[in-house]
Design a binder for this molecule. Structure first.
Ligand code: GTP
Length: 537
């Protein structure tokens, strides 16, 4: 297959929007798996995925497809599809998979519309410069509203509504348009076939018979079984003992060409030698290493100990093999007075931690005890030194210096949600909302902030000719109120007699002042008031 007949794409979506089901249908359509194979979500192979009904591991499948464009002859294409997880804890899986692709099918549920992980995954794909093919799935549902979802895709991601595919992965409706769109819209891989070999190691797993299996994407050049290859990060060299594609099971092909995604087996002895993101090249050639991946940021740490203290060896092996398949876990040995020898592991979130424990038990038969999860803390002492603590036991109870500051991780988050879910705090003047003063605050702070805003407003708004009612409200609920009583304000009151120029001057001044006022309904608010009020937090 020349690379212009290759397309590498992934399927991204929010949880449960139907990625794995769509992947099944595409594999059936191309004869990669048999129809009615009796195993829905074929690529969700792990027991934990089947039990929980979620994808936790990205999976790759190579498909062969004859594309018939109207008057032209049918031509064969090699399509590599990567099914990715939807849950946020596994977005590292998604970003790694995207590095082996040029395009992505962005699947959105026709009833639910755009959801949090739709947005997050869209941006991962967008930042990776992938061509995005929008697919609205589940159009068979009675509550499906594809027009609303199309409008969302347009307004949030600027996607062309004419390019949105409407499908039902369940009934098969519209599916025939998906692969032609992949071929027409997603560019072929850009590699150079007569350049020296360069491959990206994007995933790996441990197989009882083959040992460490590396998933690679061939960026430049080509690879044959028996070739000698070196790994840039580890500096190790190996002979390629087996090479092939995932069709969808490992299928030897003897070679991989530019742009292809496949697997290689070398004589690696330990899983540590397969470093995810590494560049693989032909031994004795010089190549520029590929950019690799952003390092993972661990959010949650917990101790993992064998349930039976004597099983430490077995746990060590199990963890080593499992981390080969899950590069996002960090592992360091630790000892606990109560539990003996074990490991401190770093995870991307609580679901990730849960899944890791379950996989240790189900796939490796190890019973583990895990300690209460904790986030990493940093402590600063009076001598200026800092200590990072991932395990509560590591915090000295009698330190030489006093702790002067401590930090815990915080998240800078952007929350996108439909307006009906926003419990916005409105400020009303005589019943009319002042949009510039509306704010979103935490429930617990709403009463305090509301009261403060009302008080400040009362101080800054001058008395008017009529009574002004100031209210703070959440929806229709008023949580704070006050009134400014009416006053007859006459700037000319102090001018006795008929000094017309003085009167004029005063009126001019009043007009000037009015310009700097913001009129809300019938109430004037001075600009300074806005500035002062917005200082409340
Ligand atoms: P994660 O991997 O957990 O992120 O989920 P996913 O996006 O892979 O979703 P999955 O394919 O597991 O589908 C979720 C549910 O939606 C399953 O119960 C599917 O049977 C159902 N489903 C998928 N496609 C359709 C469709 O077109 N119509 C209807 N009605 N249901 C669908």
């Amino acid at each position: 297959f020349p690379s212009d007949k290759i397309r590498n794409f992934s399927i991204i979506a929010h949880i449960d929007h139907g990625k794995s089901t769509l992947a099944d249908r595409l594999m059936e359509l191309t004869g990669t798996i048999k129809k009615g194979h009796g195993q829905p979500q074929y690529l969700d192979k792990l027991q934990v995925e089947r039990e929980r009904g979620i994808t936790v591991k990205a999976q790759t499948a190579t498909m062969f497809y004859e594309n018939k464009v109207k008057d032209q002859e049918a031509s064969g294409f090699l399509l590599n599809l990567i099914d990715t997880p939807g849950h946020v804890d596994f977005s590292y899986e998604v970003s790694r998979s995207l590095s082996a692709c040029q395009g992505a099918l962005l699947v959105v549920d026709a009833a639910q519309g755009v959801q949090a992980q739709t947005v997050a995954n869209f941006y991962l794909a967008f930042e990776a410069n992938l061509t995005i093919v929008p697919v609205i799935n589940k159009i068979d549902q009675p509550t499906a509203d594809p027009d609303r979802v199309k409008a969302q895709l347009k307004s949030m991601f600027d996607l062309d509504t004419d390019e949105v595919l409407l499908v039902s992965a369940k009934t098969g409706l519209g599916l025939e348009h998906v692969l032609p769109a992949v071929i027409e819209r997603i560019p072929p891989p850009p590699g150079i076939s007569d350049s020296p070999l360069r491959m990206l190691l994007f995933d790996s797993f441990f197989n009882e018979y083959k040992g460490v299996v590396c998933y690679v994407s061939v960026v430049d050049g080509m690879l044959r079984k028996g070739d000698k290859v070196s790994f840039a990060a580890t500096g190790q060299s190996y002979e390629v003992l087996d090479v092939g594609i995932m069709h969808p099971e490992l299928t030897s092909t003897g070679m991989l060409l530019t742009g292809q995604v496949g697997y290689i087996v070398t004589g690696m002895r330990t899983t540590k030698e397969a470093r995810i993101g590494d560049t693989i090249y032909r031994t004795k050639t010089t190549v520029e290493p590929l950019p690799g991946f952003k390092p993972v940021r661990h959010m949650v740490f917990s101790g993992v100990y064998p349930a039976d203290g004597s099983d430490f060896e077995a746990l060590t092996h199990a963890i080593e093999k499992l981390t080969c398949n899950d590069a996002s876990v960090s592992v360091a040995k630790e000892t606990s007075a109560a539990l003996g020898m074990g490991f401190r592991c770093g995870f991307l979130g609580l679901l990730h931690m849960d899944v890791f424990h379950q996989r240790l038990e189900q796939e490796y038969g190890t019973q583990v005890i895990s300690t209460i999860p904790t986030v990493p803390y940093t402590f600063e002492y009076s001598d200026g030194s800092k200590l990072q603590v991932q395990n509560p036991a590591a915090l000295p109870s009698n330190p030489k210096y006093r702790v002067t500051a401590s930090w815990e991780p915080t998240v800078i988050a952007t929350i996108i949600l439909p307006s009906e879910y926003v419990g916005a705090l409105d400020i009303l003047l005589n019943g009319q909302a002042v949009d510039a003063l509306a704010t979103i605050v935490h429930n617990q702070k709403a009463y305090r902030v509301g009261k403060e805003l009302v008080e400040k407003l009362k101080n800054f708004i001058e008395r008017q000719m009529f009574e002004v009612m100031i209210q703070a409200a959440i929806g229709s609920k008023i949580i704070a109120r006050d009134t400014i009583s009416a006053m007859r304000k006459n700037v000319l009151a102090k001018c006795y007699g008929g000094d017309i120029t003085r009167k004029k001057k005063l009126l001019e001044k009043q007009k000037e002042g009015k310009k700097r006022m913001k009129r809300v309904g019938s109430v004037d608010i001075p600009h300074e008031a806005f500035q002062q009020i917005l200082k409340v937090s």
